[in-house]
Structures are given as C-alpha cells and as structure tokens.
Design a protein around this ligand. Structure first.
Ligand SMILES: [Ca+2]
Length: 84
C-alpha cells in the first residue's frame, strides 16, 4: 500500500516538470524571438543588414551582433537556443 502511494507520487513529480518544459516556454520564446526580429528588421525584407544589426545590437545575441547579415532563420535558431 505504502509502496504504491510513493510510486504514484514519484511518477507525478517527474511527469509535471517535463510536460511544463515541453510546451509553454518554447512557444513563448518563439513568439518573443519573432517579435524581436520584426522590430529589428526595419525595412521588413526578412534579413537584418549591417545597419539594422547596428541599430538592434543591444538586443541581439552576441554571436549575431558582429555579423554583416543575419537571416530570419539564423536569428530564430540562435534566439530560441539562448532564450530564458
Ligand atoms: Ca532588413
């Protein structure tokens, strides 16, 4: 009896954080990255050029802020990985 209860408790403890990690933060982070890219992409051509990167430097991930050109795909890949 006691063994069953502790097994159920253990399962519940492990199941909860795992499902929370796989859903909410990823979606929120993607949205945040998307908004960040749109804000930086002033002429809205889907690519950050040198001027746009210069303007958005403080909010860009360090690995992108020294580039001459950043595509949306590149940005999203780095941004999603860095997100907290
Ligand atoms: Ca642009």
């Amino acid at each position: 009896m006691l063994k069953t209860i502790s097994l159920v408790l253990a399962a519940a403890l492990f199941a909860l954080p795992a499902s929370a990690q796989n859903t909410k933060p990823v979606a929120a982070n993607q949205k945040q990255c998307d908004d960040q890219f749109k804000a930086a992409d002033i002429n809205n051509d889907g690519v950050l050029d040198r001027t746009e990167i210069g303007n958005a430097k403080q909010s860009l991930p360090a690995s992108l802020s020294n580039k001459d050109r950043v595509t949306r795909t590149e940005f999203m890949a780095v941004c999603s990985k860095n997100g907290s």
